[in-house]
Design a protein around this ligand. Structure first.
Ligand code: C5P
Length: 398
């Protein structure tokens, strides 16, 4: 069963009697694990109040393109970038026409223009308006632009007519939304992902580690599952909940992660190393807690850990092997050197000198370093970024 776990859905509500159903759509989206923010057109606010949808979504409702307070809190470009899916439900005939024309004269149409991920519309209108060739032409334009059209249903209408144009039931709309994320591009493939930090023990109570959150690796596991892959997530200690369909292998030290990775290589098609593996570990692990002494200094000898991703790339047969490179300077040059040194098929490079993205953040911007090309993926949520990466990796395997 597909779900909307960790998906960010921006629900656009346009004017029409079915606008009252947006309250239930929010609830059903949340049941599937989605975070929801709401944008209402002025006409929608004649049918249901922003306060209702604010209370249900748990976030302020956005209504105005030129509202300085709302822009200061979360600007409209930021809002468009926040969303994994922009769902307009109900979508009136007028809204569909304006979307087809590419208008940007109110907040919702502007968000549609600025949003680069998926858009879905759930039409709701009188049956004659639905059948009108103008509406059908507009829908054809949207379909050509890969906008998903969800519904409508047919039956008794608020105006007394009977026919097509009823908003599909909220549960069905939400199921369609979940299906949009299921690409099937890695059906039958196995993807192994390392994630999170490692801990290198000094004694029974102390260790050396780092601040990696594991978010990128967990997001990639979710995207691999959505793409239909059997997914193995080899994770260092994190506070994250693993996607329930992934096979979780818990690792603590680099040595654990190395052993688990080599174990997982049978039938592995893609190996993605996102873990922040400690480069070195203490040479000796004290059996008892190390006691403080009178000396003001202490020496700990460190020895090098195995390079897991390089070991995987040296394995025969070699899976499609992807590494990450977090750099603070000469990002592309160092990442390309890593691609060659470790014999990788792709390196995902990010500039960790920028404090607001990357390590421990929800967003990232990366450069993909392929043997013969480079591509920039602009700043976006790690879940969206993960889907973009999986899409490109699947295209290489096809
Ligand atoms: O060499 P560096 O640590 O900069 O390389 C980073 C990449 O190599 C990441 O993909 C990381 O997961 C992987 N790596 C590894 N084993 C190590 C060190 C890094 O798999 N011991």
């Amino acid at each position: 069963m597909s779900s909307l776990n960790n998906k960010r859905v921006l629900l656009g509500v346009s004017g029409g009697i079915a606008a009252y159903k947006s309250a239930e759509i929010i609830r059903r989206l949340q049941d599937q694990g989605a975070q929801v923010r709401v944008v209402m057109t002025p006409a929608a606010q004649e049918f249901i109040t922003p306060l209702t949808l604010q209370a249900l979504s748990g976030n302020p409702v956005h209504t105005d393109l030129l509202d300085p307070a709302a822009e200061a809190a979360m600007g409209h470009i930021e809002l468009a970038r926040w969303a994994d899916l922009l769902l307009i439900a109900p979508a009136s005939a007028d809204f569909i026409a304006r979307l087809a024309q590419g208008k940007g004269d109110d907040l919702l149409t502007t968000l549609c223009l600025a949003h680069s991920a998926a858009i879905a519309v759930a039409p709701a209108m009188n049956q004659a308006m639905w059948r009108n060739p103008a509406t059908q032409d507009n829908l054809a334009v949207l379909q050509r632009r890969e906008v998903a059209i969800i519904g409508p249903d047919a039956g008794a209408q608020a105006c007394g007519d009977v026919g097509p144009g009823r908003l599909l039931e909220p549960v069905a709309i939400v199921e369609h939304c979940a299906d949009l994320f299921q690409t099937g591009s890695l059906d039958g493939k196995t993807v192994v992902i390392t994630a999170g930090p490692t801990r290198e023990a000094l004694d029974p109570v102390r260790f050396i580690s780092n601040h990696s959150s594991g978010k990128m690796g967990y997001a990639l596991a979710e995207a691999a599952l959505e793409a239909g892959a059997t997914t193995v997530l080899i994770s260092g200690p994190t506070h994250l909940t693993p996607p329930h369909r992934a096979r979780l292998v818990a690792a603590v030290s680099a040595a654990d992660m190395h052993a688990a990775s080599l174990d997982a290589l049978q039938n592995c098609d893609v190996f993605i190393a996102t873990a922040a593996v400690a480069d070195y570990r203490p040479n000796q692990v004290a059996e008892q807690k190390i006691k403080k002494t009178d000396s003001d200094s202490m020496l700990v000898e460190l020895v090098k850990n195995p390079d897991i991703v390089a070991a995987v790339a040296a394995h025969k047969p070699k899976p499609f092997t992807v590494g990450f490179a977090a750099e603070t300077e000469q990002v592309r040059e160092y990442a390309r050197a890593k691609l060659q040194r470790k014999n990788l098929d792709l390196v995902v490079a990010n500039d960790v000198s920028q404090a607001d993205i990357g390590f421990n953040s929800d967003e990232n911007a990366v450069t993909l370093i392929w043997p013969a090309k480079e591509e920039n993926l602009p700043q976006q949520g790690k879940h969206q970024l993960a889907r973009e990466l999986i899409k490109r990796i699947a295209a290489q395997l096809a």
